[in-house]
Each structure stands twice: as structure tokens, then as C-alpha cells.
Design a protein around this ligand. Structure first.
Ligand SMILES: NC(=O)c1ccc[n+]([C@@H]2O[C@H](COP(=O)([O-])OP(=O)(O)OC[C@H]3O[C@@H](n4cnc5c(N)ncnc54)[C@H](OP(=O)(O)O)[C@@H]3O)[C@@H](O)[C@H]2O)c1
Length: 291
């Protein structure tokens, strides 16, 4: 298989579930000079849960003063940690270095406002179920598919992953795809919300998930986003099908007392809905209860 040109330098910021998986894939595919920017060093990285487990020992930097400029930055922190990555972005980028933002939500460009000009931000919709086993070790729970816009930067992003097991697809409307995922994520908050709000518990998980999803669909529609038919119903069904003994990433962060991604998920719907005059009371409640 072809690999990306050997001169391409790639920095992956954030070595959690997604960042580790992508560094391992890029390093093993032979993409040149991939290194990671993390908050601490690990001895080695591994990806398990795939047919052929992969491991590598890439360079891991923990201080932005020690990095040089690269051709691509892949931002793999959670949405709430983008601000803390400011020094990395400043040190790693020339003015026109693209930043692929591999995060949930629909505000990829807005999150980087003041750090990266919008034209150099590449929103990526991530469909790559992955869990962290421990620092440096992640388990795939399904194939990795990344969706980007069908444009020149999307094409260059896709080329980075040539020769790897990561499928990159270029789509006509990445914004609509991001919104469809957001509808799912909003409904997925029902279980956590039910456990933290008497008002939500009275409604019951099915109705709660349906209302969270319906509000998100209404906001998307008000913004002119065309979602697949039945987007709300399929998000509700997925929220009800969550495995009882496995926490979502939102639930894990809540259990560990960490800041959650709620502001980028139900919070985005609550914010945009309020601006547009859409009734978003259940997403606003989720934002209030699940920060
Ligand atoms: N995991 C999945 O299956 C999955 C699937 C689809 C979409 N997503 C989305 O992908 C994004 C990333 O998720 P994830 O599961 O990979 O999250 P994660 O496991 O929490 O990884 C994020 C990593 O970023 C690191 N980080 C935070 N601030 C940093 C900084 N300033 N400098 C360097 N590193 C920093 C964190 O460090 P610490 O280890 O010190 O906290 C953590 O290792 C999220 O938007 C998520 O919703 C995830």
C-alpha cells in the first residue's frame, strides 16, 4: 500500500483514546515524523482489540518549547481542553498549517477562534470507538472511520492515513454529519441526566432521550442543516440501547469528577437554540446538571 510522502510531519496533540490510536496507526503505516504532544511521557504506545495489535515508540513531547513547526496538527483533546492546547498550536504551526480537529460537537472552528484562522481548521467527524486501557494503551471497539469535507484540505488529510487501517471518507456535507452525531450525543446524555435530576427522572429515559434529540433536530433544522430522515428516532433508540454495564465518556468524566464535554454537546444545542428562539429546555437542563 502507498504511504504518505515521507516529508510530511504530523503532530498529534492529546494522547488519549483517539490520539493514541491515530499515532499508532500513523507510525505503523510509515507516515513520516509523526510525534505526540501530551501532558506526560509514556514508554510505548499500543493499540489492541484489532486483528493485528500494533505498537510503536514514537517521540512524545511534553513541553511546547521543545517542538518545531510541522505540516499538520491533529488536535485530539476533548473539546473542553482546547484552550489549554493554545501553546502547542502556537509552537507547532506556521500561519497556514492546517489543524484537523478530531472532536465531537459542531463548533470546531469556533473553538479555535483567536488561535487558528477558520480556513485552516479541518473539522473531523470521528467514528472510531476506542477506550483507554491505561496510559499508552488503547482498545479499539470497532473500526476507525474519519469523515472530512470533500475539498483540498480534506484530500490532504485523507492522504496522511494512506496505508493505515483508518478509513478517511470525504463527504459533501460534513456539517450535517457532525450535527447528526450531535443529535446522538444529546440523546445519549439521557441516562446521566436521569440519574442527576428529579425532573428528568420523572419523565423517564425514553421520553427524555426523545426530547433531547428532538430539540437538537429542531435547532439543526433552524440553522438550515439537512439531517437524515428519522435522525431523532435513531438517536433515541441508540440512547436506549447503551450497554448497562459500560459508561459513556460523559459518564466516566462525571464519575471521575472531571470537566465534561457537555458544553460542546447539549450545551451547543442550548446556546444555539436560545439564539434562534427554539425551546431547548431539556438540553439546557442537561448543560446545567452535567458540567
Ligand atoms: N474515544 C472514542 O471512542 C471517541 C469516539 C468518537 C469521538 N470521540 C471524540 O474525540 C475527542 C477525543 O476523545 P478521547 O476519547 O480521545 O478523549 P481522551 O481519552 O480524554 O483523550 C484526550 C487527551 O487529551 C489530553 N490533553 C488534554 N489537554 C491537553 C493539553 N493541553 N496538551 C496535551 N494533551 C492534552 C488528555 O490528557 P490527560 O490524559 O492528562 O487527561 C487526554 O489524554 C472527543 O471530542 C470525543 O468526544 C471519541
Amino acid at each position: 500500500m502507498d504511504s504518505a510522502p515521507s516529508s510530511t510531519s504530523v503532530a498529534v496533540v492529546g494522547l488519549g483514546a483517539i490520539g493514541t490510536r491515530l499515532v499508532v496507526e500513523l507510525a505503523c503505516a510509515g507516515t513520516s515524523d509523526v510525534f505526540a504532544c501530551a501532558r506526560r511521557k509514556f514508554a510505548a504506545l499500543e493499540l489492541v482489540g484489532v486483528e493485528t495489535p500494533l505498537e510503536c515508540t514514537p517521540r512524545i513531547e511534553v513541553d511546547s518549547a521543545h517542538v518545531r513547526r510541522v505540516d499538520w496538527v491533529l488536535l485530539c483533546t476533548k473539546a473542553q481542553h482546547v484552550e489549554s492546547a493554545r501553546d502547542w498550536l502556537r509552537a507547532l504551526r506556521r500561519d497556514d498549517t492546517p489543524v484537523a480537529v478530531l472532536q465531537n460537537g459542531v463548533e470546531h472552528r469556533e473553538r479555535l477562534a483567536g488561535m487558528v484562522r477558520g480556513e485552516f481548521v479541518v473539522p473531523v467527524v470521528v467514528d472510531a470507538p476506542t477506550e483507554r486501557v491505561r496510559d499508552g494503551s488503547v482498545r479499539a471497539r470497532g473500526p476507525a472511520r474519519l469523515s472530512v469535507s470533500r475539498d483540498a484540505l480534506g484530500q490532504r488529510f485523507a492522504e496522511l492515513f494512506r496505508g493505515s487501517n483508518v478509513l478517511v471518507e470525504q463527504v459533501d456535507d460534513v456539517r450535517a454529519l457532525a450535527w447528526a452525531k450531535l443529535v446522538h450525543n444529546c440523546a445519549g446524555a439521557a441516562r446521566a441526566l436521569e440519574a442527576r435530576s428529579t425532573l428528568a427522572a420523572v419523565l423517564g429515559r425514553r421520553e427524555l432521550a426523545a426530547r433531547l434529540a428532538a430539540e437538537a433536530v429542531e435547532v439543526a433544522t433552524a440553522l438550515g442543516v439537512v439531517l437524515p430522515a428519522g435522525a431523532g428516532a435513531s438517536a433515541t433508540a441508540a440512547a436506549l440501547a447503551l450497554e448497562p454495564d459500560r459508561r459513556t465518556s460523559l459518564e466516566s468524566d462525571l464519575a471521575l469528577g472531571r470537566p465534561t464535554e457537555i458544553d460542546a454537546r447539549n450545551g451547543a444545542v442550548a446556546r444555539l437554540g436560545a439564539q434562534l428562539g427554539v425551546d431547548v429546555r431539556w438540553n439546557a437542563l442537561a448543560l446545567q446538571q452535567l458540567r
